[in-house]
Design a protein around this ligand. Structure first.
Ligand code: ZN
Length: 393
């Protein structure tokens, strides 16, 4: 049995999942209990679990207070769920997780020390922070402004996506290193000091807009290449295998794609020599915009949708319908697709189905990591299957 079907079986119930039935409280209890355990690990072994950039920067008393609140809430919500719900599996799981967090030291956990010679670490703190921030922003947004109201937070495939999210955040150190590698090592000779001085002398807001344009042109080129090159398409197909769009769907990315995509986008920014604050502002913007584009939200902006990419634009990119195949490669500006003849944003319509046309990828992080390299009979046809064909009849 796959992890997903096991989880689904354990948590499924004929009881309703809406407000007042103990499902929300039970789920939140589990969520906070699990995050509390991770947070305690960060407290005790920061050497292994805290990003180098953040070491010594966390306000520890505040972090302890938040952790205490989180563990307390996890217990409280578990009891609430137990009271409201006939099936107690959510409540019991929440209590068990909270108990483990307490057993590991809870909010009084001894603060571990850093050693000078530790070179490799996992970004567990990065995972906790990003997950908390994104969940707080996007889960309520998708509940309040949904496009598909009936779609659950735990729709099919979510477990695969959270695994991708988990791993890509844990591996933040090696992924950042590999992303910067082409710019700082391989193409460093391309840098011209005059160009960089001229670029950096502009106001930051102007640099920010220029970065968006330069980066999106790069993103368009890389993205389109991923679609039109057979072996790259197999890697990118992992991202397209998601069949339900929401905020976490965009996390489904093969590690190789993360490195190539980010590295290739950063390279021109580095060569132009944009100032660091402008680049950081763009990184913050793109991480939110990329997540937003995948959300299950029905925002409509009229003509503005043709200027700045909205979820509907990127949903069409993920569609498995013929009319939408290999369309909408840009991340920010639909006009780039318009210029190159790949824009598809029919008035008022949304796609009906998502995924890779012609074949199904396996679920699960490991299976998807290995999938592009599999040569066995089950391996699907490559890029041809994805190319638009005239529909029969
Ligand atoms: Zn794509």
């Amino acid at each position: 049995m796959s992890l997903e079907s096991w989880v689904t079986k354990t948590f499924a119930s004929d009881e309703p999942a809406g407000f007042g039935y103990g499902w929300i409280s039970g789920t939140l209890s589990i969520f906070l209990g699990a995050l509390s355990i991770f947070a305690v690990l960060c407290f005790r072994w920061p050497d292994y679990f805290v990003m180098e950039e953040m070491r010594g920067k966390y306000p520890i008393p505040l972090m302890r207070a938040i952790l205490e609140l989180s563990i307390g809430l996890s217990f409280f919500l578990a009891f609430l769920s137990a009271m409201l719900r006939r099936k107690k599996v959510l409540a019991v799981s929440g209590i068990l997780l909270a108990l483990v967090a307490v057993a590991l030291g809870g909010s009084d956990a001894a603060l571990g020390s850093y050693s000078e010679n530790r070179r490799i670490y996992l970004g567990l703190d990065w995972f906790i922070l990003t997950l908390l921030v994104l969940t707080l922003i996007f889960v309520p947004m998708e509940r309040i402004f949904p496009y598909r109201r009936e779609q659950s937070v735990f729709r099919r495939g979510w477990l695969t996506d959270i695994q991708h999210f988990f791993v890509s955040h844990l591996l933040v150190q090696v992924l950042t290193y590999l992303t910067l590698l082409p710019a700082t090592v391989i193409f460093a000779w391309l840098i011209g000091p005059q160009l960089q001085t001229a670029v950096q002398s502009q106001p930051l807001w102007l640099q920010f807009i220029e970065i968006m344009i330069v980066a999106d042109l790069a993103e368009y080129a890389i993205h389109r290449t991923f679609h039109t090159t057979a072996w790259l398409w197999r890697i990118h197909a992992v991202h397209h295998s998601v069949e339900h769009m929401d905020w976490i769907a965009g996390s489904r990315l093969h590690l190789l794609e993360i490195v190539v995509f980010r590295g290739g986008t950063f390279l021109p920014l580095y060569i132009f020599g944009f100032s660091q604050p402008a680049v950081y502002a763009y990184l913050a913007f793109v991480s939110f915009h990329a997540v937003f584009l995948h959300t299950n939200t029905g925002f409509r902006l009229g003509w503005l949708e043709h200027v700045i990419a909205m979820p509907r634009f990127h949903h069409w990119h993920h569609s498995s319908e013929y009319e939408a195949l290999d369309k909408n490669f840009a991340l920010h500006f639909p006009v780039i697709d318009q210029i190159f003849g790949t824009k598809h944003l029919p008035d008022g319509r949304w796609p009906k189905t998502y995924g890779v046309l012609g074949y199904k990828l396996p679920e699960g992080w490991w299976a998807q990591l290995l999938w592009p390299f599999r040569k066995d009979g089950k391996a699907p046809p490559a890029v041809e299957a994805h190319e638009p064909k005239p529909q029969d009849g």
